[in-house]
Ligand binder design. Structure first.
Ligand code: PLP
Length: 439
């Protein structure tokens, strides 16, 4: 009997034994094409020697030193590299162990920023429905995923959730994309007026929504209007690029594609590419200076902050993304993936929308293409696709989102940036077979 506490206690997963390139192999020798990088993690694929060697070298030198006493060379080098490529004046980096930790730090920093300025009333967060910001309590409260939140409701702070920018479902007939983007962003202003802008500390959003909505991109101008509204009311803009960042959408920082600079930015997943657990929160000098010139102490921290081995791995990952020109490759291979999905599923009776950016693509499943009626959640379609795809040797990321109580099943694809053309064909073939079996 296994003593592991698994995520799913009623089924035993196979034992993963090795990984090479875009494939994972289990103990029976079965190979899986990793078309979602786990959960958008493995941007470099598996078994990358350069990253492994960088981590081994760091372990030989210094595995760990507590940030209560020391900084370390790998942490300093990683922060320098990130800041060199980050937009605007995002020039401070707080290194944590993953995405939820990065978001938790972002929320607490936003609160402390207002607190130190004497703006004690600002404690409310406005976020969006159909978002996911992590599983720790602050991050979970901030996310809008009803399924993940439901049973923990008594533990969660009160957060406002406005509609996301969701062209496929929420754009009105005859409305231009630009007009819709502005209308969707103006929902933030409406919510501010409802709750009182002087009580709000931050607005939180993913530039491209991942797990809960299947690569939902924003309409042009949406984030610029959001930035204007935040500035007008002295609210911090926190962007969560835990899933969509680190090149996944074709830019190292996804917010640069929206032409906005947040006050606080969270990254993780692709930062470590699965070789080490790591995440980071970046903030502007204005936010940092408020703390540095005030109390001089960020009232937050974890044992593994700035972990030297994780930082050395992440430095090697970001260097590889840049030196191997992998981010332009994301756009090229992403276009091929989009075209292949369009060719196979563009006219499919039960696929209502194919969307995304770079190698971050989503398919939304519908019972009726004309009415866009979603499937009955009881059918558990996303779960069936995930299981069948896995049996067919494909790792993808199907999820059931909900929008105002209705199910919105979708499949998220986030393959490694090294994916080859023939592997795109394999991905589409296996996905097609799995969807047909599930329907
Ligand atoms: N934010 C976003 C957008 C995510 O997609 C995730 C994880 O899926 C998280 C935060 C939480 O990251 P982690 O699972 O590393 O804690």
């Amino acid at each position: 009997m296994s003593h592991i506490f698994p995520r799913h206690t009623k089924s035993a997963p196979p034992v993963a034994v090795s990984g090479a390139g875009c494939y994972l192999t289990d103990a029976s020798g079965k190979q899986y094409l990793d078309a979602s990088g786990g959960a958008a993690v493995s941007c470099l694929g598996h078994g990358d020697r350069t990253i492994i060697d960088a981590i081994k070298n760091q372990l030989d030198t210094l595995a760990y030193a507590h940030t209560g006493f020391f900084t370390s060379e790998p942490a300093e080098k990683l922060a320098d590299l990130l800041v060199e490529h980050a937009p605007g004046d995002l020039d401070r980096v707080y290194l944590v162990s993953g995405g939820s930790e990065a978001m938790e730090a972002a929320l607490k920093l936003a609160r402390q920023y207002h607190y130190e300025r004497g703006d004690m009333n600002r404690g409310r967060i406005i976020a969006r429905k159909q978002s996911y910001h992590g599983n720790t309590l602050g991050a979970l409260a901030t996310g809008g995923n009803e399924w993940r939140r439901a049973q923990f409701a008594p533990l969660l702070m009160d957060v406002s959730h406005i509609d996301p920018c969701y062209e496929y479902r929420l754009r009105r007939e005859g409305e231009s994309l630009e007009d819709y983007g502005l209308r969707a962003a103006n929902l933030l202003e409406e919510e501010l007026q409802r709750v009182g802008p002087e009580t709000v500390m931050a607005f939180v959003a993913e530039p491209v929504v991942g797990a809960t909505a299947g690569a939902l991109t924003a309409a042009p101008g949406y984030f610029k209007r959001i930035r204007e509204i935040c500035d007008r009311h002295g609210i911090l803009l926190i962007l969560d690029e835990v899933m969509c960042g680190m090149g996944r959408t074709g830019a190292l920082f996804a917010c640069t594609q929206e032409d906005v600079v947040p006050d606080i930015l969270a990254i993780a997943k692709g930062l470590g590419a699965g070789y080490q657990p790591i995440g980071a929160m970046l903030c502007t000098s204005a936010v940092y200076d408020t703390i540095a010139d005030g109390s001089g102490f960020f009232q937050h921290g974890h044992t593994y902050l700035g972990h030297p081995t994780a930082a050395a791995g992440a430095h090697a990952v970001v260097s590889a993304l840049l030196d191997r020109n992998l981010i332009p490759r994301v756009t090229v291979q992403g276009d091929k993936l989009r075209r292949a999905l369009q060719a196979r599923f563009g006219q499919h009776a039960n696929i209502g929308d194919i969307r995304g950016k770079g190698l971050f693509m989503g398919l939304e499943l519908v019972e009726d293409r004309d009415t866009k009626a979603p499937y009955d959640p009881k059918r558990g379609l996303a779960g069936k696709i995930k299981k069948l795809a896995f049996e067919n040797g494909l790792i993808c990321y199907p999820m059931s989102g909900t929008i105002d109580g209705k199910s919105g099943d979708h499949v998220l694809l986030a393959p490694p940036f090294i994916i080859e053309d023939r592997q795109i064909d394999e991905l589409v073939d296996k996905l097609d077979r799995s969807i047909e079996q599930a329907l």
